[in-house]
Write a protein that binds this ligand. Structure first.
Ligand SMILES: Nc1ncnc2c1ncn2[C@@H]1O[C@H](COP(=O)(O)OP(=O)(O)OP(=O)(O)O)[C@@H](O)[C@H]1O
Ligand SMILES: [Mg+2]
Length: 167
């Protein structure tokens, strides 16, 4: 069974990615939707006890926040997969400003999350960890983090034009 844990500042593309990749297969656990930790805990427990796949679609900026889900999922014998949505804050603010109504978050909220951000690492207990980067054309670049390469996208190792496979 699979538990997917997202990490990324506001407007880094998490919920859009969920819709495109997990909508048909995984329950979405999102504080934006559930509003309270109590509801989140109840839904999380329901998923774990029924062995339902799920995605935690929160910003999850700190290792401590992620550890809650990783620990519970591992105890329930889930495979734990992480996705780190790597974006510049400038680009995130532009995307945020283009959202409508209640989906626009205050810029200071984005900066606050950025300040607390601890990039996820395999050592936290992820079985697999991916980096996701949004492209201007709406596609994504997805890279799996190898134990020895750490967080960064390779700059030049992917071909003469630096191109990478589009997803
Ligand atoms: N690949 C993409 N290319 C261009 N724009 C995108 C892409 N993915 C998402 N967006 C746009 O960026 C904005 C933010 O995306 P999204 O709502 O998925 O972010 P989020 O990480 O879930 O944010 P939050 O943490 O606030 O929920 C949206 O307006 C969305 O339409
Ligand atoms: Mg979202």
């Amino acid at each position: 069974m699979q538990a997917v844990i997202f990490c990324g500042i506001q407007a880094s593309g998490k919920s859009t990615f969920y819709k495109e990749h997990f909508f048909n297969t995984h329950v979405r656990i999102s504080l934006d939707l559930l509003r309270t930790r109590n509801r989140e805990n109840l839904l999380l427990e329901a998923c774990l006890s029924t062995q339902m796949r799920f995605v935690v679609d929160n910003t999850n900026p700190t290792a401590a926040e992620r550890q809650k889900y990783i620990g519970l999922a591992k105890a329930a014998r889930y495979e734990v997969v992480g996705y780190f949505f790597e974006t510049s804050v400038k680009e995130a603010l532009v995307r945020n400003s283009r959202r409508s109504g209640r989906f626009v978050v205050p810029d200071k909220g984005v900066f606050g999350t950025l300040k607390r951000l601890q990039k996820p690492a395999l050592a936290e207990g992820f079985d697999v960890l991916y980096l996701v980067r949004l492209q201007q054309d709406g596609s994504y670049i997805i890279k799996q983090v190898e134990p020895e390469t750490g967080h960064r996208f390779p700059d030049s190792a992917d071909g003469p034009d630096g191109s990478e496979p589009e997803v």
